[in-house]
Design a protein around this ligand. Structure first.
Ligand code: FAD
Length: 285
């Protein structure tokens, strides 16, 4: 069985960053992804200039299927309708429907408390939209336990979420346990595995500081051994991600969603080294 391959990019903050991203996107297109998704900050003021602009470029100029991330905790219903209309007008009808992170000093609006409220609303207002949702192999940090999180996920799917994309993880066993929990809860939509190749020390340190993701012993050993050797760290980080993907492909994962960090070379390296396993083209002997 073949798995899909998709990429996530984020809109840059600067004009130089924007020009670099458009070049990166052209290179990503060459890798023939099933789709490219574009993240969106909770800061509604800039969404037209950021997510929508990048998504429009991917969809119109590159002709690659595009998913726009849409965090709704800080959106009113009217703002949401306006955004969905804008997306529809530029021809994008795939979204990753999110609640988004709640900022400590800014109370969210009340219209879309959970991602499932957003999904329910969009599915009724614009049924032609294909809706993906986020999921968490290690359980969402605000959830009290796995059972509660899976129950909420099931609700997300029952109101119209057609595909799930996981938070990044470095321990495949946790993903398999999560998949099994979904299966037992009768959640049958495709679950794409979010993989982030670690290619430099700052990225690794940021991850250790900010993430709730469990870092396996093998992964920590790489960071420790090659902390001050950038070339070796990059090589080992890429090899780790490839190893994860190969293992996932043996278990018939529905898809790999690569957190590219806007780095086309990294995506290229990963794709070149997993092309055959992801396409299921390896022949016996
Ligand atoms: P929800 O699905 O609403 O879940 C949030 C919490 O509420 C969970 O603990 C859940 O169990 C609980 N819950 C859900 N429904 C109910 C209910 N009905 N009753 C009670 N509890 C409930 N953030 C951004 O700001 N921009 C992005 O572009 C972005 N992209 C992302 C991409 C991926 C693949 C992932 C995995 C995450 C992304 N995030 C992004 C982060 C995400 O917004 C945060 O993780 C956020 O904290 C939760 O969003 P959610 O959509 O998963 O929320």
């Amino acid at each position: 069985m073949s798995s899909t391959i998709s990429f996530e990019v984020f809109p840059p903050n600067t004009q130089i960053g924007a020009e670099k991203l458009f070049k990166t996107l052209k290179e990503l297109k060459q890798l023939q992804p099933d789709f490219i998704s574009v993240t969106c900050s909770n800061n509604r003021q800039t969404i037209e200039e950021t997510t929508l602009k990048v998504a429009d470029y991917i969809h119109k100029e590159l002709n690659v299927p595009t998913i726009a991330h849409l965090p709704a905790a800080y959106l009113s219903q009217a703002q949401l309708v306006e955004l969905v209309t804008q997306l529809d007008q530029i021809g994008i009808n795939q979204i990753l429907a999110l609640r988004g992170d709640i900022l400590p000093d800014l109370p969210p609006k009340k219209d879309f408390v959970y991602a499932s409220d957003l999904i329910d609303y969009v599915k009724k207002a614009a049924p032609h939209f294909h809706i993906s949702g986020a999921c968490y192999p290690e359980t969402h940090p605000e959830s009290h336990n796995r059972v509660e999180d899976i129950k909420n996920l099931k609700h997300k799917v029952s109101v119209g979420c057609e595909q799930l994309i996981t938070q990044l993880f470095f321990d495949n066993e946790l993903f398999y346990q999560f998949q099994e929990s979904c299966y037992l809860a009768d959640i049958k939509v495709p679950i794409l595995a979010g993989i982030m190749p670690i290619v430099n020390r700052n990225q690794a340190l940021r991850l250790i500081k900010t993430t709730n993701t469990k870092l396996p012993r093998k992964f920590l050993a790489i960071l420790e051994k090659y902390e001050y050797d950038p070339i070796a760290l990059k090589e080992a980080g890429l090899a780790y991600a490839i190893d994860q993907i190969v293992d996932l492909s043996t278990q018939d994962v529905a898809g790999i969603h690569l957190y590219t960090m806007n780095n086309a070379d990294v995506a290229k390296h990963i794709c070149q080294n997993t092309k055959n396993v992801l396409n299921g083209q390896i022949k016996a002997g």
